[in-house]
Design a protein around this ligand. Structure first.
Ligand code: MG
Length: 380
């Protein structure tokens, strides 16, 4: 019987995490949402956690009202999120969107909680602050991101053998093969149409710009302690191979499956055990053909910027991540064009002050500076 804290329970990963918990009867200690009070109430009534947290302070009184006939304690804001992360539990699932998940992740580790991480922005922006904190508190950081779960699974049983190379697969997104000119008129609706995965809005836009793959490259460097040049991005349109590793002898081990996030979510919760899952089984003979290609970094400049940022290290990954978060929000509000996202990310990397060994405060200040850069650039 597990006792789980889910941060970001109303999003795509959060709801699928609760599907897994429902299926196996895992206990829920606490749930948090950004502002979706209706769904959080429904989840709280079903799973009966001790605590819920609503991040948006505007929604706090509504949330309290909704659960006033229960014994569930209602918290709010960053303080509430950090309290939840620090509760005594078996594992904290961090599936919030954006680097707002950074401080709660550190709090979870400091409290000695294992972390199942879907919130890649935290690892990208926080860098060594996160990996060192995880190490020094002797907790586990288990990846939920499908590619990183795949790499993790390829390394299960590898013993002391280190991967020589990581083959990070990318679907290529909805605009694979498009030119920069063709991309200039892309609408929000077009960008939200991902060919293989059903995900939240922010990550779907990141998949369309290939920023997601750039963030994942940085995430892989952090999680598996490899150099950026050891990670090769391979465009694989079918999203069947979720990633692979290559060892010193040239052997390549890959993890395959249907595109169902409940597989990596469940493994993060039950590792090292594998339980049954309702995920659709893979039939390779039905799939027929798997294809592979290269990513076009001249067109998808976000990917090139992310690569440059991880080569620089310091606060550079935080700069590109924060500029991207701000630019994607503006794109979703239809205030800027699709190509402006890449311009914002590259521009911020050249403009925001570089700090080689950032502290947590430096990282939080870098985020503000990158947001200000984007706001200014687009006249906000
Ligand atoms: Mg992924």
């Amino acid at each position: 019987m597990k006792n789980i804290v889910v941060l970001g329970s109303t999003g795509s990963i959060g709801t699928q995490t609760l599907d897994v918990c429902r299926m196996h009867g895992f206990g829920i200690k606490a749930l948090s949402a950004g502002r979706n009070t209706g769904l959080l109430e429904k989840q709280a009534r079903e799973f009966q956690p001790e605590y819920v947290c609503i991040f948006s302070e505007d929604a706090y009184s509504d949330m309290k009202q909704r659960l006033s006939d229960t014994n569930i304690k209602v918290l709010c804001g960053m303080e509430g999120l950090c309290s939840l992360a620090g509760l005594k539990c078996d594992i904290v699932v961090n599936s919030v969107v954006g680097m707002v998940g950074l401080v709660p992740t550190l709090e979870a580790a400091k409290a000695g909680n294992d972390i199942a991480l879907a919130n890649k922005e935290t690892l990208v922006a926080g860098g060594r602050l996160v990996t060192d904190c995880v190490k020094s508190n002797n907790v586990r950081l288990l990846p939920i991101d499908s590619e990183h779960s795949a790499i993790f699974q390829c390394l299960m049983g590898a013993g002391s053998n280190r991967p020589e190379k990581i083959l990070l697969t990318a679907s290529g997104g909805p605009f694979y093969g498009w030119t920069r000119d063709e991309l200039s008129d892309v609408t929000v609706e077009q960008a939200l149409r991902h060919p293989n995965w059903s995900m939240g809005a922010k990550i779907t836009i990141d998949s369309a710009t290939l920023m997601n793959k750039g963030l994942e490259l940085i995430e892989a460097v952090r999680l598996f302690d490899v150099k950026p040049e050891q990670v090769e991005i391979v465009v694989h349109r079918q999203s069947i191979i979720h990633s692979a590793v290559e060892f010193a002898d040239g052997a390549v081990i890959a993890q395959l499956g249907t595109a169902d996030m409940r597989i990596p979510i469940q493994l993060a919760l039950t590792y090292p055990e594998r339980l049954t899952s309702p995920a659709k089984r893979l039939s390779l003979s039905d799939v027929g053909e798997l294809t592979f290609g290269r990513a076009d970094e001249d067109t998808f400049i976000c990917l090139a910027a992310a690569k440059k940022a991880i080569a620089m290290e310091g606060n550079a990954p935080c700069i590109v991540n924060s500029a991207n978060e701000a630019a994607v929000a503006l794109f979703l509000q239809r205030k800027i064009g699709f190509n402006d996202i890449g311009e914002a990310v590259c521009g911020a990397l050249g403009s925001v002050k570089f700090i080689p060994e950032p502290t947590l405060q430096d990282i939080l200040d870098t985020r503000t500076a990158a947001e200000e850069y984007v706001a200014q650039r687009f006249g906000g």
